[in-house]
Ligand binder design. Structure first.
Ligand SMILES: [Zn+2]
Length: 324
C-alpha cells in the first residue's frame, strides 16, 4: 500500500487551522478543516455528502475495515463532509485527520503486519502488473537503465522498486512510514525519509502510485515531484478515478466503503482534467501513456483498444514530462 503524508509541510493552505470542536480525549486535535480545493485552491464548492463520522453509515464501515483499531469516540465530533470543487470538479473531504492522527492512521490503525502480509502474499498477476509498469519506462525514456535514476515516491514495502532494480535501474525510495522504510533498507534499497535527502532535479522517472489521494496538500506533493524531476524527466502519477462517486454518494442507500472517497484515507478524489491542470501549474506537460507493455500485436483485442482509449481520455493514470 502506497502512501505519503506531507507531515512536515506548512499546512496553512489549503488546510485551515485545527477546529475548535475537535479536541480528542488525549488532548490532541483530531481533525482539521480544508476551506479550499486541494487541487486548484478555489474556495467555491457544493456539498455532496454531510453526515457525522459517528453515523452508522460511516462508523460501521470504519469499525469493520480497521477491525476496531480506530478510537471512534475521539472522532465523535468529526464530520464526513464531501464537497465538489466548482472550478475543477475535484471531490474532496473537507474535514481530515490532524497530522498526529494521520500518523496514527498510517502507522497503527492500518495494521502494518496485515498490510505486509497482503503484499507478501501477492499473486503472479500483481508481479506481472508491476513488471509491465517498469517495462513501460523504456518506452518513455531513451536512457540505459544504468543511467536512469528512478524514484518511487511513497514506496510502501518497496515491491515496485525492487522490480525496477531487477531491470537494472538506479533506484531510490521515498517513504515516511518508519517500518516500511526500514524494511526497504534491510533489503538493500536506498530509502529517504525526508525530502531534503533527495537531490533536486536529479530523477529521470518518478513513480507515485496511489499517493496523491491520501495527502492533505496534493498540490504541494506534485510540486515536490516536479522539483525532483530532471529536465525532460517523466512522472507516472496514478490515483483512483472519481467516476461513479457522485451517483454513489447521492444514493439513499449509501454506505461508506473502500472506494475512491474512503473516509479518512481517500481524502482527494480527482478527475483527469484537474490532475492535468495541477501538473501544468508546476511545469509538467501530459504525454501519451505507453501502450500496455507485455502484449504483442497478435494478442491485441477490443478490450486492449478500449483500455488504451480510456487511458488517453478519462483515466486518472497520467504521465507528465517536466519541461526542459
Ligand atoms: Zn478545484
Amino acid at each position: 500500500m502506497k502512501r505519503y503524508q506531507a507531515l512536515s509541510k506548512d499546512q496553512s493552505n489549503p488546510v485551515d487551522q485545527p477546529s475548535r470542536h475537535s479536541e480528542s480525549t488525549a488532548g490532541t486535535t483530531a481533525f482539521v478543516h480544508r476551506s479550499a480545493c486541494p487541487a486548484c485552491a478555489a474556495t467555491t464548492r457544493r456539498t455532496l455528502k454531510s453526515v457525522p463520522m459517528r453515523h452508522p453509515s460511516v462508523a460501521g464501515f470504519l469499525e469493520r475495515y480497521y477491525e476496531g483499531r480506530i478510537p471512534l469516540s475521539d472522532l465523535a465530533d468529526m464530520p464526513f463532509d464531501v464537497a465538489e470543487c466548482d472550478a475543477c470538479g475535484t471531490i474532496y473531504q473537507t474535514a481530515i485527520l490532524s497530522p498526529p492522527r494521520m500518523l496514527d492512521l498510517y502507522e497503527h490503525w492500518i495494521d502494518p503486519a496485515q498490510s505486509f502480509e497482503k503484499r507478501r502474499g501477492a499473486d503472479h498477476t500483481y508481479y506481472a502488473q508491476i513488471a509491465n509498469e517498469v517495462m513501460g519506462i523504456r518506452r518513455l525514456t531513451s536512457r540505459l537503465p544504468r543511467d536512469t535514476q528512478v524514484l518511487d515516491f511513497g514506496m510502501g514495502w518497496g515491491n515496485w522498486l525492487q522490480m525496477a532494480r531487477g531491470f537494472g535501474y538506479q533506484t531510490t525510495g521515498f517513504e515516511l512510514s518508519e517500518q516500511r522504510a526500514a524494511y526497504g533498507r534491510e533489503h538493500g534499497l536506498r530509502v529517504a525519509s525526508t525530502l531534503c535527502e533527495l537531490e533536486p532535479a536529479s530523477f529521470h522517472y518518478i513513480y507515485a502510485n496511489q499517493v496523491l489521494e491520501h495527502v492533505p496538500d496534493p498540490r504541494a506533493s506534485l510540486q515536490d515531484i516536479a522539483a525532483l524531476l530532471a529536465p525532460g524527466g517523466i512522472a507516472d502519477i496514478h490515483v483512483p478515478n472519481q467516476l461513479g462517486i457522485r451517483r454513489k454518494l447521492a444514493s439513499k442507500h449509501w454506505q461508506a466503503s473502500h472506494d475512491a472517497i474512503h473516509p479518512l484515507e481517500h481524502i482527494n478524489c480527482f478527475n483527469r482534467r484537474a490532475l492535468l491542470a495541477m501538473g501544468r501549474a508546476f511545469g509538467l506537460q501530459s504525454i501519451t501513456p505507453p501502450y500496455p507493455g507485455l502484449r504483442t500485436p497478435q494478442t491485441l483485442g477490443v478490450k486492449d483498444v478500449a483500455v488504451y482509449l480510456f487511458n488517453r481520455t478519462i483515466s486518472t493514470h497520467v504521465f507528465f514530462v517536466r519541461n526542459v
